[in-house]
Ligand binder design. Structure first.
Ligand SMILES: Nc1nc2c(ncn2[C@@H]2O[C@H](COP(=O)(O)OP(=O)(O)OP(=O)(O)O)[C@@H](O)[C@H]2O)c(=O)[nH]1
Length: 690
């Protein structure tokens, strides 16, 4: 089966936005105009095509990213939906990891909101070229220039304004295209499917001319030859040449094209699709995909073409009631055919392609062959988890994994019956396969199952799915902060494990040093005991792996610590890997105790938007929550307060804020960093655990 479109006619894009900016509505409109969905869904009545998970419909938010394929101007556009809620960071990460370009949606009233900023930085990390769509131009208070100014201030980007709105709020009717220098007006009665091109309205002529000049200067700045032609001969690039220059600047990240519209009022979507085709990169614009060899650090890469060996990244695993496991994979090089064997080099397992599906928002299509640039779903793979590579068994490569954020909140779940116990274990195993940002562990002492995640909403949804999809009956504890432990100083201990059990003796002696590492460094082990055999060192490592799960302050996982095995002593007969494992565990605890152990708590970055009247109360309340105010700002007639507040003090904040402001203030919150807990609070946490 040949490919339907040449690789340069592919666009793998994501749509990113702050919650409620209108991502789902925009995606809906795209599917409508590209002919893939026959009924226009409305988020408000829960019929949106992309939001098909039960919980999503009930809660009216987009949780999982669905990949869908549509066609525009003889290009194949694969859209990967990304959630806007920060609790689903991992969904954003995994989408960004496989995208070639993104459309960022802004609310024309709110401008750049905190979550947009977060997602924007994540996209920076992956080097994803972007364009901006300023949505909701029909809303009261819509302010296009303000939104553009905020992109410069908050995101530090160079916005390239390609359109200006015609009218605003209820009078918003179309746009002026500054590249073609003409107006586009939508006919309301045809759900935005029809529009006409007209001359630029007279009252906008001057504004348009000056905006065009700004655009021209910014673009010419990117290309010396074009600039020379303009300066020396007064030649303005023709529209197509101008588009070429804009495309170049977008792909290098030098500029961010800015468009506007109103998805809800069916305006601005078709030019946005044109811009996706004109300015966002094709897979072959991105270059070869990088990875490394299965063993060792040797780097490897694969070119983006069908004749290279197959390599793809599994970026989403989900359970489908009809098909079973669906593994979404972005193909970076080569082709995949039903019946082929693939290697999962991370797991060292082979998987056979039994069935391959192309996903549309509300239907799926069985395909025999997939090509470079495609995003497909393999059905029935059992061993591959989110983030794993799939590749040609004869040419193994491991592609870079996703960054998985650390969980900050935890709950205890207890199955009601023995049968539920088994079902729960299976359900949690399955769910953590799908979602690497959710961690499950069993407390060694209490035997209780603990689920850790990114926020209250994240855990709510995990529990909800466990109950509904897997029919597990379980009691669920209240969410608690996922504390961590670390050390503030260094300490070295020498520990001997010598025990006589029956007629068998055990002996191991280790010298361990623990020291503090910077935040986010994790847990690092170094072996300097050159005389110890490899088996014994492996025993030490096993002991440390077990011991680091439960620190000496209150039994929380230990992070940002380096442990050095500085020396060891063996006995000819009585030493064994197990003896070293036990010695290391005891030595680690002893060393931690001597190295000023401390409890770490997650600090959240909080932004509150409140009417002036409640500003004092909001700040007073934040202070009472051990909050540290980091900024105050004015947006329109609202005040914006930003601060760092311990997560422990933020439970139930939504209700407090509501009653404090008569429901008029809003907030958003996201994890910032871990920090040592003040002594008095640490004592409280310890007392609760003991
Ligand atoms: N006035 C106006 N409202 C809009 C527009 N686009 C979307 N909305 C409304 O804004 C709300 C949020 O839109 P969604 O499309 O669900 O936003 P989202 O970004 O997908 O939100 P999540 O899925 O929750 O992340 C809905 O009530 C939409 O009807 C627009 O252009 N104008």
């Amino acid at each position: 089966m040949p490919r339907s479109h040449a690789l340069d006619r592919y666009r793998n894009i994501g749509i990113m936005a702050h919650i409620d900016a209108g991502k789902t509505t925009t995606t809906e409109r795209i599917l409508f105009y590209t002919g893939k969905s026959y009924r226009m869904g409305e988020v408000n009545d829960g019929t949106a095509v992309m939001d098909w998970m039960e919980q999503e419909q009930e809660r009216g938010i987009t949780i999982t990213s669905a990949a869908t394929t549509c066609f525009w101007r003889d290009h194949r556009i694969n859209i990967i939906d990304t959630p806007g809620h920060v609790d689903f960071t991992i969904e954003v990460e995994r989408s960004l990891r496989v995208l070639d370009g993104a459309v960022a949606i802004f609310d024309a009233v709110a401008g750049v909101e905190p979550q947009t900023e977060t997602v924007w930085r994540q996209a920076d990390k992956y080097g994803v070229p972007r364009m901006a769509f300023v949505n909701k131009m029909d809303r009261v208070g819509a302010d296009f220039p303000n939104c553009v100014a905020m992109m410069t201030d908050r995101l530090g980007v160079k916005p390239l304004v390609l359109q200006i709105p015609i009218g605003v709020e209820a009078g918003f009717s179309g746009i002026v295209d500054l590249v073609a220098m003409r107006a586009t007006i939508w006919k309301a009665e045809t759900l935005g499917a029809e529009f006409e091109h007209t001359d630029i309205p007279e009252e906008l002529a001057e504004t348009a001319a000056s905006a065009r000049q700004t655009l021209l200067e910014a673009v010419l700045d990117l290309d010396e030859a074009a600039m020379a032609a303009y300066l020396e001969r007064g030649e303005e690039p023709a529209p197509n040449a101008l588009r070429g220059l804009i495309r170049k600047g977008t792909i290098t990240g030098a500029v961010v094209p800015v468009l506007c519209g109103s998805a809800f009022r069916n305006k601005g979507i078709q030019p946005m699709l044109d811009a996706v085709v004109d300015y966002l990169p094709a897979p072959n614009d991105i270059g070869a995909i990088k990875g490394h060899a299965v063993s060792g650090d040797r780097s490897e890469e694969r070119p983006a073409n069908d004749s290279a060996p197959f390599a793809g990244l599994a970026f989403k695993v989900m359970n489908d009631p009809y098909v079973g496991t669906l593994t979404f994979c972005r193909i970076y090089s080569g082709t995949a055919t039903v019946g082929d064997w693939m290697l999962n080099p991370v797991k060292g397992e082979r998987e056979k392609i039994g069935r391959m599906l192309l996903m549309h928002a509300n239907s799926r299509e069985d395909i025999e062959r997939a090509h470079t640039g495609d995003i497909v779903a393999f059905a029935g793979l059992e061993r591959t988890a989110t983030g794993d590579t799939l590749c040609d068994p004869a040419k193994p490569i491991v592609l870079e994994r996703l960054d998985v954020p650390e969980p900050v909140i935890e709950i205890v779940v207890e199955p009601r019956t023995e049968a539920d116990q088994e079902k729960m274990a299976a359900a949690l195993n399955r769910l953590s396969h799908e979602d690497p940002s959710m961690r499950v562990s069993v407390d060694r002492e209490s035997g209780q199952t603990v689920i850790r995640g990114m926020g209250e909403l994240h855990l709510d949804i995990v529990v909800d799915r466990m109950k509904r999809e897997f029919r597990v009956d379980a009691s669920v504890g209240t969410p608690k902060v996922a504390y961590r432990e670390t050390v503030l100083r260094a300490a070295e201990v020498d520990h001997t494990h010598a025990r006589q059990t029956g007629d068998r003796a055990q002996f191991a002696r280790v010298t361990l040093k623990v020291e503090a590492l910077e935040r986010g460094a994790g847990f690092v082990f170094e072996n300097r005991a050159v005389t110890l055999s490899r088996d014994f060192v492996a025993g030490v490592q096993r002991g440390l792996e077990a011991a680091k799960d439960s620190g000496v302050v209150a039994g929380y996982p230990v992070v940002d610590v380096k442990v050095t095995l500085a020396g060891g002593e063996t006995h000819d007969v009585d030493s064994s890997p197990l003896a070293f494992e036990l010695a290391a565990r005891a030595a680690f605890r002893e060393a931690m105790t001597k190295a000023a152990p401390a409890l770490l708590e997650p600090l959240m970055r909080v932004e509150i938007i409140t009417p002036d009247d409640y500003m004092g109360d909001v700040i007073g309340d934040l202070n009472g929550r051990r909050g540290q105010i980091t900024g105050m700002d004015q947006r329109g007639n609202a005040r914006i307060v930003t601060g760092l507040v311990p997560l422990a003090a933020m439970f139930g904040y939504v209700n407090s804020l509501r009653s404090m402001s008569q429901g008029r203030a809003q907030y958003s919150m996201q994890f910032d960093h871990y920090e040592p807990v003040p002594q008095a609070i640490a004592d409280g946490v310890r007392a609760k655990v003991a």
